[in-house]
Design a protein. Structure first.
Length: 155
């Protein structure tokens, strides 16, 4: 079965713990649909709405935002090179993407299994672990880029 066939097929899932049934009737992408600028704009609007939800509702996103603003200000103050900015931007993207995927997974899990389920808990923990990996890796990159500059500024 092709991806297109899978995306257009009605998907049913009934939870063994509830009477919820989930269906997707609209295809994700249809081979017969043509490019539409208004649909692309709507996709961007939806993506921005998702990011606003992330920032408004997730406390860890606030921490990431503050850290990113501090690093950004330090980068300007230390006059980082283009390459150093590239590394930091990649780190920003990694942390924010991980946080967004974690939040999306948590939202889906809460619908699929409103009551506690150990496997759902494990899935949420793994997703949170991915955010932690991105944050620690980004902190290491930030230290490699910024600490020599900070040390030179202090001396």
């Amino acid at each position: 079965m092709t991806v297109l066939e899978l995306s257009t097929e009605k998907l049913h899932w009934a939870s063994s713990h509830s009477n919820l049934e989930f269906k997707r009737h609209e295809p994700i992408m249809s081979a017969t649909k043509k490019f539409s600028a208004s649909q692309r704009l709507l996709s961007i609007v939806n993506a921005v709405r998702g990011l606003l939800y992330l920032v408004k509702t997730q406390h860890n996103a606030w921490i990431h935002a503050v850290a990113m603003l501090i690093i950004f200000a330090l980068g300007i103050a230390f006059r980082l090179s283009n390459w150093e900015w590239c590394f930091l931007v990649l780190c920003f993207m990694a942390v924010w993407s991980a946080e967004a995927f974690n939040t999306a997974l948590e939202l889906v899990c809460d619908v699929v299994s409103p009551e506690f389920h150990p496997q759902i808990g494990k899935a949420k923990d793994v997703a949170a672990g991915a955010v932690l990996i991105a944050a620690i890796g980004s902190a290491i990159v930030g230290a490699i880029v910024l600490l020599p500059r900070a040390w030179a500024a202090i001396r």
